[in-house]
Write a protein that binds this ligand. Structure first.
Ligand code: FUB
Length: 314
């Protein structure tokens, strides 16, 4: 394991907050960060970009952890396309969650049937070893839209899996976390719920992809990559239930300065602070196909809404 010691911008007299230098990982390209808090650490599950390729031809997933948001430990590549017998390309965005002492890492990849599907790997540890939990895709509807899984477990124990490009879907996961019950539901989109409908005239930052579903203080949130002047920003909607109706709440982060067509992020609370993880193409040699994880701390508004967050990455 490599220990990455990154510069801290915290001055001795400033209270509490530590800021790592962005991008927080400077030894690999780490797109689509999905943070998870477990015990006294944050684990960040990312993809692996290969700048130089003209598309998102990605082959593996990475994990990093930190106990202080400053020093990050590299846990390598616990899973890759080869971990899934059905996956042939596009090791795209993923998220890991803990339940009953096991870790379930939901991934998406291109299948041997020439579409995208969502799979799930399982481990006894946050950093692996992981193995394909079911030996086949969990969500396979024959669509290219089956990307970007995000998962959360509600207070009543019900786990929800959301995903989708252009369309946003959800399904109820069973307690085993590797199967589901009921129908796959497509979430209706409108200006009021997700800033618009792709292609319509009155769109704001309409839902594109990269959902990040979570619950906090009784509010349900759906952060997502929205479209803003031909690049992706991060926007969000809120709901009183895990399945909507969703209310569009606005933009969290503009995409104009990220130097990457896409953006994709996650939000957590950790040791008394709230953090937005996202990616940019700003690491040396990076760009749209060389994206890296960055982090900003922020404070929720008293009503639970999220303030606009400015990128500190240079
Ligand atoms: O990293 C590949 C794809 O780009 C992700 O699945 C999308 O969310 C976008 O970030």
């Amino acid at each position: 394991m490599i220990k990455l010691i990154l510069k801290t911008a915290a001055a001795c007299c400033l209270p509490v907050m530590l800021h790592a230098q962005n991008p927080v990982v400077q030894t690999n390209y780490t797109p689509d960060p999905a943070p998870m808090v477990w015990k006294d650490s944050v684990y960040v599950y990312t993809g692996d970009d290969l700048p130089g390729f003209p598309f998102y031809y990605m082959t593996k997933w990475r994990v990093y952890s930190s106990a202080d948001m400053v020093n990050w430990t590299d846990h390598g590549v616990p899973i890759a396309l080869e971990s899934f017998s059905w996956a042939v390309d596009r090791a795209w965005a993923a998220q890991c969650i803990q339940r009953n002492g096991k870790f379930y890492w939901y991934i998406c990849a291109q299948t041997d049937q020439n579409n995208m599907a969502i799979g799930v790997a399982v481990s006894d540890n946050a950093t692996g070893p992981f193995k394909d939990a079911i030996g086949k895709p969990l969500i396979t509807t024959g669509s290219w839209s089956n990307i970007d899984p995000t998962v959360a477990i509600d207070d009543d124990g019900q786990a929800w899996l959301y995903w989708g490009n252009g369309q946003l879907f959800y399904v109820k996961l069973n307690k085993d976390m590797i199967s589901y019950s009921g129908d796959i539901v497509e979430v209706p989109q409108s200006v009021a719920s997700f800033g618009g409908v792709r292609g319509a005239k009155d769109n704001k930052d309409v839902y594109i992809e990269g959902p990040w579903f979570f619950k906090r203080n009784g509010h349900y949130y759906q952060m997502y990559a929205g479209m803003e002047n031909r690049t992706e920003c991060l926007s969000y909607s809120m709901s009183k239930t895990p399945v909507g109706p969703w209310e569009y709440k606005g933009k969290i982060m503009s995409g104009q300065a990220t130097n990457s067509f896409t953006n994709h992020g996650g939000i957590i609370d950790f040791k008394g602070n709230s953090y937005l993880f996202y990616h940019t193409g700003l690491l040396k040699g990076g760009g749209s196909y060389g994206r890296s994880t960055s982090v900003e701390s922020f404070t929720y508004n008293p009503d639970g809404t999220i303030p606009a967050i400015t990128m500190s990455a240079k």
